[in-house]
Write a protein that binds this ligand. Structure first.
Ligand code: XIL
Length: 407
């Protein structure tokens, strides 16, 4: 879809540019050719404009679920976390600093992930001076503890976009060092040691490395440039040495479970296992941004990872409403996908939890990021903007109830 949008934009700009060039450069004597070319390019421009408008026009779907609250009343006393607790399962949400107090739905979740505030960019106030600021993260942890929720630490090392995911200063500190490999070893070791020591005994699960894959190979970044694949080993060994009782996860976003990227990631897991790297679990993010995931393929994938001896979790589930625009009732279709995904996870013995990447559609990360913010409705979570429970909520709920009845 990104390419579709990109294509529309590109056509848009190129046609304007060509019209300008023809206008300025084409000999004025060749009046007919000039006019013909400009008309043709004008038509291309117009069709890009219309396609763009159709793509970006905000849609709204009927909330048929608001008409039926009987189900809600019958099942209300069984909250998600109450069901999950009885199944020894984690049902989690990602939160911003004050989400829990603003949108807290009593007892719905027994696990929480900080959407951003446990990331290196937030914890390291000044990377070069090794100055940490744990204030906001500590407050979040405190809130989670008050509600008796597990905190999933997310994330120690994340290589993708310098600045957003790891401090840009780490690149400078490595590049300017006499021995970049040694410098990077110090960075990874020191960062993980300081953070995990601070949270020792309080954060039982950590995403030690997040999104290492860039397509079918490891993402090309300051970590791979200096240490190659061994940066992953180093991160996990360091984490293990600080707190051997912690569950250490490798977290990844897989787009095609049966395709080349899915296969390459399984091969990485195999290599890590062969080398005895202390990876205990594998998180599958499961963001539904561009496509609706094939649930059967996801299930097979969870099974394959489980069979290698890893625990698994769905760590960042969200499902854009817009993906169901061709169905009769997009909200119900979205709810059905929530149900299927939750069921797939709960039926796999390795899958110990499912976290939704937010609480309410009122605040969702896709509404903040171009081009998704322009393509609405994203509405990817289980409560709508007015905090009503959506079919997505009831989809999760149904999966938990069925699992409870079948156990
Ligand atoms: C996202 C947050 O939701 C945004 O607020 C932030 O601007 C960027 O990061 N994969 C991950 C998450 O592992 O940490 C990302 O979270 C979403 C994609």
């Amino acid at each position: 879809m990104i390419w579709e949008l990109f294509g529309v934009h590109l056509t848009f700009f190129i046609s304007i540019l060509l019209i300008l060039i023809v206008w300025l450069v084409w000999p004025r004597k060749q009046k007919r050719v000039r006019k013909g070319l400009i008309t043709l390019l004008g038509l291309v421009f117009l069709s890009a404009l219309v396609t763009g408008l159709i793509a970006y026009w905000p849609h709204q779907y009927e909330k048929t679920y608001l008409a039926d609250d009987t189900k809600q009343m019958e099942l209300e006393e069984y909250s998600l976390s109450r069901l999950a607790d009885s199944l020894d399962f984690y049902i989690g949400t990602a939160v911003k600093p004050d989400s829990l107090s603003r949108y807290w739905v009593p007892g719905e979740f027994n696990s929480v992930t900080a959407e951003n505030h446990f990331k290196p960019g937030h914890l390291l106030q000044d990377a070069e001076a090794w100055e940490f600021n744990f204030e906001t993260a500590d407050a979040l942890l405190h809130q989670a503890e008050e509600h008796g929720m597990r905190m999933r630490g997310h994330t120690l090392i994340w290589g993708k976009y310098p600045g957003r995911t790891h401090p840009v200063a780490w690149i400078k500190m490595t590049d300017q060092a006499e021995d970049p490999k040694a410098a990077m070893t110090t960075i990874i070791t020191r960062y993980i040691t300081e953070v995990m020591t601070h949270y020792k005994g309080k954060v039982p699960t950590w995403d030690v490395v997040n999104e290492p894959m860039g397509g079918t190979v490891l993402y090309e970044n300051v970590f791979t440039r200096t240490l190659g694949e061994a940066y992953i080993d180093l991160a996990f060994h360091t984490a293990y040495s600080i707190d051997p009782s912690c569950e250490l996860f490798l977290n990844e976003a897989i787009g095609d479970y049966d395709g080349p990227q899915g296969k390459a990631f399984l091969e990485l897991l195999e290599r890590l296992k062969e080398r005895g790297v202390p990876v205990h679990g594998v998180g599958l993010q499961t963001h539904h941004i561009n496509n609706i995931h094939d649930v059967e393929a996801l299930k097979r994938y969870l099974r394959a990872i489980g069979e290698m001896g890893y625990k698994t979790e769905i760590t960042e589930l969200d499902i854009r409403l817009l993906l169901f625009k061709k169905t009769k009732d997009p909200y119900q279709a979205q709810g059905e996908q929530y149900y299927q995904i939750a069921k797939a996870c709960m039926e796999e013995p390795s899958c110990q939890g499912l976290t939704i990447w937010g609480i309410t559609d009122r605040e969702n990360w896709l509404d903040e990021i171009p081009p998704f913010k322009w393509k609405s409705p994203n509405a990817p979570y289980i409560l709508d903007e007015d905090l009503n429970k959506k079919p997505a909520y009831w989809g999760l709920h149904r999966a938990l109830v069925e699992q409870y009845q079948n156990q």
